[in-house]
Design a protein around this ligand. Sequence first.
Ligand code: AMP
Length: 345
Amino acid sequence: MTKNNATVVLADQPRDDTIGEYRVLGRPLGKGGMATVYKVEDAEGNVFAIKELFPELGRQKEFIRRFRREFELAAGLNHPGLVRHYRLFEDNLTWNLVLEYVEGLDCKALLRKLGPLAPDEAVALTCEVLDALAYLHRQKLVHRDIKPSNVLLTPEGRVKLSDFGVARPTAGGDLTRADAVIGTPVYMAPELFGGHAGPPSPSADIYACGVFLHELLTRRNPFGVGSKDDLVTTIAKITTTAPRRVASANEELNDILKKALAAEPAERFSNAGEMREALETLLPPSSIPRRLLALLYARVGKEKPTKKKTVPKEPLGLRPADLVGLGFLFAVVGLVLSAFFIKVP
Ligand code: AMP
């Protein structure tokens, strides 16, 4: 398959071709709002992920600018909790970011497979996200799109934040109109909907971490936003409702969630480190988050989605349980009839 006809192939189909000098390995790893992510290898067999901007967006200056910006912001970062960004290149009219390949799965897939997590697992995951955020905030950057699909978990229990597509500097911001309402509404702090003019603040990442933690614990949105809600309803719920209590969490954890999700930025944790410290006190004393997360990852392999048990049917369409029931019924009827005939002379 040549590169030209590859662009008309549906995005989730396996590809058997190259992107620049990289060979594509199998199906896409995932798809975000702007790009498809592939596993690739170079001529030396080194494995990377390539994020390929959707071809239709690759012709629009604004999206190319955002993609370039994502690379420029992320390329200088070096933290084990952040996906490394190596290079940006154009190939045959498509724009591509070469990333560190993360073997594992994102937290959205993790939740789909395992359902709500136990409090210590959810807390350990969030602690690791907060570590990466603390580093990012020290670099005067905000991520602005913390959500389960952007948090990758490796088999070793390492957490890596991906997708810096909407990350921005905290000061000297150059917000354009197109940038002004960006992020994923259910994870956006209420102040971001009110025409918030100042530079993006780390406090919005803390709030998103609160939504993230609540979702890990319940698979639900803290403000009752459902997948069918439109943007207006979503904003109304987020800005006017108090966060729901999490039944599986103790008082301390519910208080931490409440603080992270405060409508007023000043009432939230003042930085990622502070929220991490508060959460850490809830972890079992001997637990190291990474070990806990490696165990959590291992559960993905063990717990298969519950399939309906298919009991083999008997030739007459009756299951063994049906036969036992029928046998019992015949016995009772037999007893009643014999008692009747014995009494009648
Ligand atoms: P994104 O466009 O960054 O939101 O990525 C979409 C999906 O692709 C994610 O939810 C992950 O499942 C997957 N993905 C993104 N980056 C990587 C990576 N560096 N390594 C492996 N999978 C990735």
